[in-house]
Ligand binder design. Structure first.
Ligand SMILES: [Zn+2]
Length: 245
């Protein structure tokens, strides 16, 4: 006759558990072990999310697509052809906190040393913190806002605020699209600088990040928009009113 609870564990303690916490962990583990049922036959791997238990790339793709849809209820309305798709894709992901900032990595159980932003070492690293929240990114945005001749009081707390702000500005669609392109390029460059610091140990100044933003957005607008005739001297002044209606 089989007993109801047939698993017996032969315990060879180095020492028995000696605190409440350890006893709790021990019982929790036993609880898990007792759920295990042994069957005769060969061991095999099973992929839990597919019906047949088989691993296929298609199953993973579907699973990721399902999870992505759950996280972004609305459609992304700030797509801008005047900056490359990788930049659009990045700013969209950043706005829904889906870029690999430390907080997100920890959520996904990726082992990293700590959750703090490596620059200020005071706040948890989130997309919003890196791109808008901490002192250097704030000063970068201040410079960009001044360059673009936008109201000096403009401040952003979250990635999503930036493109929403552009959308709500008075002015023509075309002009807003230029500003949108610069804003997306700014976010992209702030994140690139973050990665340089994180992976190569290079610390870049705010000025150099602003300069890269000006250069990238200039090249992208020149090659991707209808403003092929813009010249660098006017671009750095953002003297564009007669070109961009
Ligand atoms: Zn920080």
């Amino acid at each position: 006759m089989k007993l109801e609870n047939e698993n017996q564990w032969n315990l060879c303690w180095a020492r028995p558990p000696n605190s409440d916490a350890e006893w709790t962990q021990w019982t929790a583990m036993l609880h898990q072990l007792n759920k295990v049922k042994f069957k005769s036959g060969e061991d095999k791997w099973k992929w839990k999310t597919s019906d047949k238990g088989e691993f296929t790339v298609a199953a993973i793709r579907n699973q990721i697509a399902r999870q992505d849809r759950a996280g972004s209820e609305e459609e992304w309305k700030y797509w801008n052809m005047w900056v490359p798709p990788k930049v659009n894709y990045f700013t969209w992901r950043a706005s829904i906190e889906r870029i690999p900032a430390k907080k997100e990595l920890i959520k996904r159980r990726i082992p990293i040393n700590n959750h703090l932003c490596s620059r200020c070492e005071a706040y948890e690293e989130t997309a919003d913190h890196v791109i808008c929240g901490y002192s250097l990114s704030k000063s970068i945005w201040r410079n960009i806002v001044v360059w673009l001749k936008l109201p000096r009081s403009t401040e952003f707390r979250e990635c999503r605020d930036t493109l929403e702000y552009v959308n709500d500005l008075p002015g023509s669609k075309e002009w807003k699209r230029v500003i949108n392109a610069v804003f997306q390029t700014t976010m992209w460059n702030i994140w690139k600088a973050r990665n340089e610091k994180e992976f190569e140990g290079n610390t870049r100044s705010g000025n150099s990040i602003v300069e890269s933003t000006m250069a990238d957005s200039f090249i992208w607008l020149k090659s991707r928009s209808k403003f092929q005739d813009i010249v660098w001297e006017r671009w750095v002044d953002f003297n564009m009113r007669d070109i961009v209606k």
